[in-house]
Write a protein that binds this ligand. Structure first.
Ligand SMILES: [Zn+2]
Length: 323
């Protein structure tokens, strides 16, 4: 105990700095420096060193942050570009989609004009639009919910996925447009065919003689009847059985005043024993257009229309063509 106290008492409180001059003539100087100031000095130097170190580290960290930031900016710009691209693709596809819709509507509108082929065309249209509807939803809904300009919630992976989906949709819609165009042109042909076909009864009246072999009405024996006879008063309107071009107008012994109309698709129709003819050769006529009036010209027993229909150069029973 005593020893400890003694030691404590003898511990130096000052450090002495002695300055010894080179020449003996100069006076010697010495300072007594309190020990705490040395301690404080060392501490100050330490704090300074640590501060400088922290500053340097901070600076380096900021530098690396700047690099990362530049990289992020580049990625961000990239994504913005990609999103912009996807948006224009999306707009393009929506435009295409409305094209499909328009075509679909057009075909549907025309379909109402088609007769016999209607059911078949409707079936094709149904299949066609079912295909579109089934394959669209996932793609379209995703396209329509593209993120805003910031590109939030859109990872590069899903961007790539979306791109592929859009490409697939584009391919599909191109096929759809192609098949709808085909359908449209088929329907149009069907409409032309439907209007041209000589299937409309050319005159009201009583069927007085059918097609085929019969007793010769104006002579003796059996004679092949190349059409049907429809009896009515003289002057009754005779109308074209289908759209076509007038290929003959004139008087023929036996037939009297006669009109022949060519309808295309191998069909020709003949209107004979007319009182008056009302069209000219080369004239385009519409189904239901008045072409002559009923009479009894030529070889006949009374006023009636002889109506004949030929298909590919052969007379056929008009009743098999008429609606
Ligand atoms: Zn006849």
């Amino acid at each position: 105990m005593w020893l400890h106290r003694h030691k404590k008492k003898t511990r130096a409180k000052y450090w002495s700095v002695l300055v010894i001059p080179e020449r003996a003539s100069d006076s010697r100087r010495d300072w007594r420096v309190p020990k705490w100031t040395v301690k404080a000095g060392v501490l100050t130097v330490l704090i300074l060193a640590v501060s400088v170190g922290l500053l340097v580290w901070d600076y380096m960290f900021l530098r690396s942050l700047r690099a990362v930031n530049a990289e992020l900016l580049a990625i961000n710009q990239n994504q913005a570009e990609e999103i912009g691209e996807l948006k224009s693709v999306s707009a393009f596809l929506q435009e295409k989609m409305s094209q499909v819709q328009e075509l679909d509507d057009e075909v549907r509108e025309r379909i109402t004009l088609v007769g016999d082929g209607k059911a078949q065309t409707e079936e094709r249209l149904l299949v066609s639009s079912r295909d579109i509807q089934e394959s669209l939803p996932s793609g379209i809904t995703r396209t329509l919910s593209l993120p805003d300009e910031s590109g939030e919630n859109l990872m590069p992976d899903s961007l790539e996925e979306l791109k592929q989906e859009l490409e697939e949709m584009n391919r599909m819609m191109t096929n759809q447009i192609e098949s709808l165009n085909q359908l449209k042109s088929d329907v149009e042909k069907e409409i032309v065919y439907e209007s041209a076909l000589p299937n409309r009864m050319p005159m009201e009246g009583k069927l007085s003689s059918p097609f085929g072999n019969r007793d010769n009405p104006t002579g003796s024996g059996i004679k092949f009847h190349e059409g049907i006879d429809i009896a009515n008063r003289s002057g009754t309107s005779i109308e074209a059985a289908g759209d076509g071009v007038v290929t003959y107008v004139g008087y023929r012994s036996g037939w009297g005043n006669m009109v022949i109309v060519s309808h295309g698709f191998g069909y020709v129709s003949q209107y004979a024993h007319c009182q008056k003819t009302l069209v000219e050769i080369g004239e385009q006529v519409k189904k239901g257009q008045k072409v002559a009036t009923c009479g009894a010209t030529g070889n006949t027993t009374g006023s009636h229309l002889h109506f004949g229909v030929a298909k590919d150069g052969k007379w056929v029973d008009p009743l098999s063509v008429l609606k």
